[in-house]
Design a protein around this ligand. Sequence first.
Ligand SMILES: [Mg+2]
Length: 218
Amino acid sequence: MKKIIFPQIPLENVKGVLIDLDDTLYSFEDANLYALHKVHNRVQSVLPLSFDDFYRLYKQQWTRLFADLGTVPSAHCRYTMFQRLMESQHIEKPYLWGQKLEKTYFKYLLKGIKPDPHAVAFLKSCKHRRIPVCLVTDLFAGIQVQKLNRLKLTRYIDYVVANDEVGIDKPHAGMFLRALEKIKVAPKDAVMIGDNFEKDIQGAQALGIRAYQVTFDK
Ligand SMILES: [Mg+2]
């Protein structure tokens, strides 16, 4: 499937828009690295590792958590990833570290995010055309709504479906069906927009929703 940029997405005959957040409305990777550097700084006193070694441990815990739990909301939990990382290094009171590091991570992740201007222009034209927009996202609503606030996008997003509301990640049909229910639009009249082919595109297409895989590349 050919990736598309926001200005190329047609809105004629569209009655509702479902849209992903991370790596669709903003670029996750830079903010993620910035936040992880802050977390790394914080653990230096008890865990003197280079950033690369720390990052490797973090990715390991990430992979293991998904392997253990499957694609469910709790597999995305940064608290558990950081707690397990500290456990794996035999650091005292890993549960307190889990809490502290999760807080640090999200504090700086939120500081580091910026909306993609093409995405904002697209959401504006949805609003102009009175097309309802529902976020469909695989992370806890609590944090995703903080991101929407930080990105100043709440004026364009009418509803949110986060994976903790449904109990399972995209591409599960439940995520898309809940979103369609909220905006009261039939699959054939809706579009789904996201960066991830398997989760966003295939998940939506399986229900007969038109889907567009977006990229930031110009
Ligand atoms: Mg995404």
